[in-house]
Design a protein around this ligand. Sequence first.
Ligand code: GLU
Ligand code: ZN
Length: 278
Amino acid sequence: MVIVGRLAPTPSGHLHLGNAVAFVGAWLSARAAGGRLLLRVEDVDLERARPDVEAAHREDLAWLGLDWDAEVLRQSSRSYAEALATLAPHTYRCTCTRAQIRDTGGVYQGTCRAAGHTEGAIRFRLPDGPVVVHDRARGEVVVEPARTLGDPVLVRRDGVVAYPLAVVADDVRDGVTEVVRGADLLEVTAVQLPVWAALGRAPPTWLHTPLVLGADGRKLSKSHGSTELRALRAAGWTPSDVWRQVSPWLGIDAVDRPEEAVAAFAAAAVPPGPFTAP
Ligand code: GLU
Ligand code: ZN
C-alpha cells in the first residue's frame, strides 16, 4: 500500500516552531516510508482569505527543505455536499447560541439532538462513551469527546462548512493513509474517528507530535511572534538551526539536514512532550 500523508496548513497566521514540528513530522513520516505527500490549504472556515500568509507558508516550508508531491485544491474551492449527504443519518440541526452553550459549561450538551429543528447549524451526533485513538507513538489513548468537546458542528448556521467535516472529507477524497499533526488535536482525532466510521471508511493511522510551549508555559500562538520561522530567520537562524532544534522533539538525535532526519526517523520514538521553545 502506498503511504499518503499531507501537510495541511491553515493560512491564518505565520508558521512558528510548534507548526514546524508538526509539518516536519508529517514530512519525515511520509518520506521515511517512501510515500506521497500532499499540500492542502485548510482555508474552509477562515473569515478572510490570507493569500500573503499562504504564500509565506510555502516559502517557509521550502526554506526548511520540505517538499510535496502534489498540490491539492484549497478547501474553499471544494464541495462537501456528498460527504454531508452520507453523514445525514448522524446529523441534526442545532439552533443554540454561543451564549446558551456557554451557560451549560462551554461543552455542547446535545440539547437539540431530538428537537427536530429544520434550520440552524448541522451537528454530528457523537457516540456516547470513550473513543480509543491508536497513536503510532503514544499507543492507545482513550478520549471521551462526547463529554469533553460535545457534538461537533459540521456546517455553521451561516452555511460555512466547518473543519471537522472538511478535513475528514478531504482526507477521504485525497486517499490519505496517515495523519501526522500536533498533540493539541488529539481530542479532535477522537471526534473525527466516528465521522470516518459514519462515512464507512477505514481511518488513516495517527501520529500526534509534541506540543511546543512558549517561555510563558502556554501553547505557541500568534502572541509568540519571536518563535515564528520568519522571525527566527530574520534573527539569523539557518534551516539547519531549525532542524537541530526540532529533530529531538521528534525523537531524533539533533541533526542539521532533512536527509539525515529521514534516515533516523521512527514514529514509535516520537516523544509525548510538551517541549518549550527557546
Ligand atoms: N489545518 C490544521 C492546522 O493548521 C491541521 C489540521 C490537520 O492536520 O488535520 O492546525
Ligand atoms: Zn442546540
